[in-house]
Design a protein around this ligand. Structure first.
Ligand code: NAD
Ligand code: MG
Length: 405
């Protein structure tokens, strides 16, 4: 990438929360970035509006019939965006020579193949979509080394850690001189909720995050604290560290986005208002800095910063994620798959909030992990875990504390 040239960007999942924030930042810098490709699953109307605004060369929809509708709408309005459909089209699009930067913002394991394609093609890949890294971190890091892809973290905590590391640090390496990484966690919407009430919380309550406005899956993960568990695994891969070097710190204000402690006991932190446009702007322009549209942090309004240790009894997903990373191999992929099925079942009203952890624990019990050296094994264990989890959410009364039903 030559400095000063306009960077051509593909946004995987442009209609989602991260996708929309990415377009907001890019729209502020037409001299630096051009949207070359936009993609979505089924949200035709929103993708059509984005095509009208950004005029990408290509739009891809994972869903075939949505792609047909989008094509008709674009033709009727005289726009020249080419439309294609399906997973292979997502992978080809991000690998094209016409793309310099790929924002990976699909939710869940569905983002694995296109994100990996972007990594293999040596792009600058902005990783919001944490689940693929949880499933196949080893493969992502090895492929990035091989291709020269630059992986930059978008998750606010990992972006904060990256900003606190020496400027020559590259993701996948192990930084010198660090004692531990302190990953902050808001505690989610149920931090203060009585344990006895947790089995009755609704999907809308779970999605009403106190500090961040996000898609529904990550919102539920934030409420169960599985999000922090996934982020623990993500941190191990991105920063080349062992899980015992990562400490989770509950910090309800979400002003400190994470910290790094060095061997001399210095602790560096990155602070800012909780708005994903900050890490997005950071990673888009890195190593330069650009305006993100986010307001300055007013420390007088924040007034105080609080810290607590996490309660893994009330939020067992955090413990399950720690167990998965210690077990290694395909255990994190199994954990992730079970979680995706359980969260969807909760959002659909099929299981209770507290049964999410029960489903995951039961799947991990039944589904023993394999070595995670190749993608086929990882994907087959992902499917195996999904099948078991799906059968459990169909008869939730059989779960450990099925008396809830
Ligand atoms: P979202 O649900 O708002 O958006 C998801 C996007 O992915 C949409 O554009 C959707 O069309 C697309 N998509 C969904 N399923 C797909 C499929 N099968 N094939 C192709 N595209 C598909 O989610 P989000 O909140 O923007 O989160 C996206 C990712 O970023 C997640 O992995 C999440 O953990 C991570 N993340 C989000 C935030 C946040 O603030 N929202 C913060 C940190 C990390
Ligand atoms: Mg995060």
């Amino acid at each position: 990438m030559s400095p000063g040239s306009v960077q051509k960007v593909a946004v995987l999942g442009s209609t989602g929360s991260i996708g929309v924030s990415t377009l907001d930042v890019i729209a502020r810098h037409p001299d630096r970035f051009r949207i070359e490709a936009l993609t979505a699953n089924t949200q035709v109307e929103r993708l059509f509006e984005q095509c009208k605004q950004f005029r990408p060369a290509i739009a891809v929809m994972a869903d075939e019939s949505s792609a047909r509708s989008l094509k008709l709408m674009l033709e009727e309005s005289g726009l020249e965006t080419t439309v294609s459909a399906g997973m292979d089209a997502l992978c080809t699009t991000v690998s094209s020579d016409d793309i310099n930067v790929v924002m990976a913002a699909i939710v869940g394991a569905a983002g694995l193949k296109p994100t990996l394609a972007a990594v293999k093609a040596g792009k600058r890949v902005l990783i919001a979509n944490k689940e693929p890294l949880v499933m196949a971190g080893d493969i992502f890091i090895a492929e990035a080394r091989r291709s020269g892809a630059l992986l930059l973290p978008i998750d606010s905590e990992h972006n904060a850690v990256f900003q606190c590391l020496p400027s020559d640090f590259r993701t996948g390496n192990t930084p010198a001189g660090i004692r531990r990484v302190l990953l902050t966690c808001s505690g989610g919407p149920f931090r203060l909720r009585a344990t006895s009430e947790l089995s009755d919380v609704t999907p809308d309550e779970a999605c009403a995050h106190p500090n961040w406005n996000m898609g529904r899956k990550i919102s539920v993960d934030s409420a169960t604290l599985m999000n922090k568990g996934l982020e623990l695994i993500e941190a191990c891969w991105l920063f080349g560290i062992e899980p015992d070097k990562v400490e989770i710190v509950i910090h309800p204000q979400s002003v400190i986005h994470s910290m790094v402690e060095y061997l001399d006991a210095s602790v560096l932190a990155q602070l800012g208002n909780p708005d994903m446009r900050t890490p997005i702007a950071h990673a888009l322009a890195w190593p330069e800095r650009i305006d993100s549209g986010v307001a300055s942090l007013n420390l007088f309004d924040v007034a105080r910063l609080e810290f607590e240790s996490p309660d893994v009894e009330r939020f067992p997903c955090l413990r399950l994620a720690s167990e998965a990373v210690l077990a290694g191999g395909t255990a994190p992929a199994i954990l992730n798959a079970a979680n995706e099925v359980a969260v969807q079942a909760f959002l659909d009203g099929d299981i209770r909030f507290t049964q999410i952890a029960e489903v995951i624990a039961a799947v991990m019990e039944r589904c023993k992990p394999n070595d995670a050296s190749d993608l086929e094994t990882i994907l087959s264990d992902d499917l195996r875990a999904r099948d078991i989890a799906a059968s459990m959410v169909q008869r939730p009364s059989a779960l450990v504390r099925g008396g809830h039903q």
